[in-house]
Design a protein around this ligand. Structure first.
Ligand code: CMP
Length: 462
């Protein structure tokens, strides 16, 4: 009401003055003709009151009721322009009795000049209108324009304003936003953030990944709707770079959350004795001999516990231990596959692996879980047959690989070992196939003498 009070009062006063003058001035006086300007002024004041009234009813009452939010500033501006233009055309035509078409035609040059001068303004206006129609972003969303990130504060007929995390306001002309590459992080959307961090080469991914994933999950504002992902990014000069993918509903929190996560990483590293990597150059002096000897002793101890090799002398065990290779597999990695050729067997040094056999319908079914000291792959190694099962790591697993060359050397020194190996392999085969249905052909294949014959063939023994 207060917004239309003064234009109505002005209108009323002007109409009173007009009526008084109209009645008092003599009819033939030329001054009476000029009274139409007074009347026009009264109508202008009435138009202002009318435009404000319509604006109020449509945008302050009707719009929020229908849409549940405040009417945008740009809509107010456009509605006012339309109402005022309409009312002023009426005043010009009916009160001042001026022909607008003539005025417009004669002002063509002025229009061109005005058009050129208003080019930027019009571009901004049209871009602003298109934002309101398309609604690519809303008030409260975070957007990134020209590498500047901020929360959208307003979109007017000329500008888009964002508030940055420094609490400053950046104003972009709408035409610039329309042309620029704009990244939008809608408020309430699951916005993904990628944060990189280093870990030392000495710490296995199996250790780093779950530790950091749990730490990130517990950081406030990390969305519980998606479990953070931690994955390896690259092998850098002094460290392995990992990346964390986490999801956040309000993107403006990201710098704060990144800082929190780095903080947590520091504490997690500290508690778990993981060194925070920094660029460094190490001069390593390794007393090679001593280290290797110790390793061979370790391997010897593992090999001695393998039933297949119990019969080896100390010297033969040492020979074998100095020829093995040590391999590390990640959880889920396949070590050997059914049907592949293979000429080595494996002893589990640390961790667990699963043996999977093809079932009647062709699917692979787990049949055994092997742990430290267990072995597999002996069939292919000793007889040259294709692998009879899949074996996969089910946790991080370290394996000693015994290659064909190693067995060849042992057999070359002591031919009798072939018979001993065949007996042990036959016993193990019988044990493994204890509950399986066996054809006469399979029975024959499992006989010690058949296995011995195949060993002799495979190792080209006389
Ligand atoms: P190989 O055939 O060379 O490769 C697959 C290995 O899986 C096989 O040798 C055995 O060492 C092992 N293997 C096969 N069947 C079983 C089973 N039922 N239980 C445990 N290990 C097995």
């Amino acid at each position: 009401m207060s917004r239309i009070r003064w234009p109505l009062s002005v209108c009323f006063i002007l109409l009173l003055v007009y009526a008084a003058l109209h009645l008092t001035l003599p009819e033939e006086a030329g001054i009476r003709l000029q009274l139409k300007y007074l009347l026009a002024a009264a109508f202008v004041a009435a138009s202002i009151a009318l435009a404000r009234g319509i604006n109020y009813l449509l945008l302050d009452v009707g719009f929020p009721k229908r849409k549940g939010r405040e009417a945008p500033a740009l809509l107010r501006f456009l509605l006012s322009i339309i109402i005022y233009s309409f009312l002023f055309v009426i005043i010009f035509h009916f009160v001042l009795r001026m022909e607008l078409s003539g005025v417009l035609a004669t002002s063509a040059v002025v229009s061109v000049i005005l058009g050129l001068a208003l080019q930027d303004t019009l571009q901004n206006l049209f871009a602003g209108v298109s934002f309101h129609i398309e609604q690519p972003f809303h008030i409260g969303d975070a957007i990134k324009v020209d590498n500047l990130v901020g929360r959208v504060e307003s979109v007017t007929w000329r500008t888009t304003a964002i508030r940055t995390n420094d609490n400053s306001i950046i104003i972009f002309p709408n035409s610039h936003v329309a042309r620029a590459h704009v990244e939008i992080f809608p408020y309430g959307n699951l916005n993904r953030r990628v944060l990189r961090f280093p870990a030392p080469y000495s710490a296995p991914p199996e250790k780093i990944i779950p530790l950091i994933r749990d730490a990130v999950q517990a950081v406030p504002n990390v969305s519980p709707e998606r479990t953070p992902v931690v994955r390896m990014h690259e092998f850098a000069d002094s460290s392995i770079t990992y990346e964390i993918l986490y999801w956040v509903k309000d993107y403006m929190w990201v710098p704060d959350m990144d800082a929190r996560i780095r903080e947590r990483i520091w504490y997690v590293y500290r508690r778990n004795n993981v060194e925070i990597p920094f660029p460094h150059r190490q001069l390593l002096y390794r007393p090679q001999h001593q280290g290797v000897e110790q390793q061979v002793r370790d391997y010897e101890a593992v090999i001695r516990r393998v039933e297949l090799f119990e019969l080896l002398t100390d010297e033969e065990t040492e020979m074998m231990a100095s020829g093995v290779g040590l391999h590390l597999y990640a959880p889920g990695e396949m070590i050997i596959r059914t049907g592949e050729a293979g000429d080595s067997m494996f002893v589990i040094y640390r961790g667990k692996a699963e043996v999977r056999l093809p079932s009647a319908n062709g699917d692979l079914q787990p049949v055994a879980v092997l742990g430290a000291g267990d072995f597999f792959g002996e069939m292919a190694l000793f007889t040259g047959a294709p692998r009879t099962a899949d074996v996969a790591a089910i946790e991080e697993v370290e394996l000693l690989e015994i290659r064909k060359g190693c067995i060849e050397n042992l057999l070359a020194r002591n031919e009798k070992l072939a018979e001993a190996f065949s007996n042990r392999i036959a016993e193990r085969q019988a044990r493994l196939a204890e509950h399986a249905a066996r054809t006469p052909e399979m029975e024959e294949q499992m006989q010690p003498r058949t296995i011995l014959r195949r060993i002799r063939q495979f190792f080209r023994m006389r």
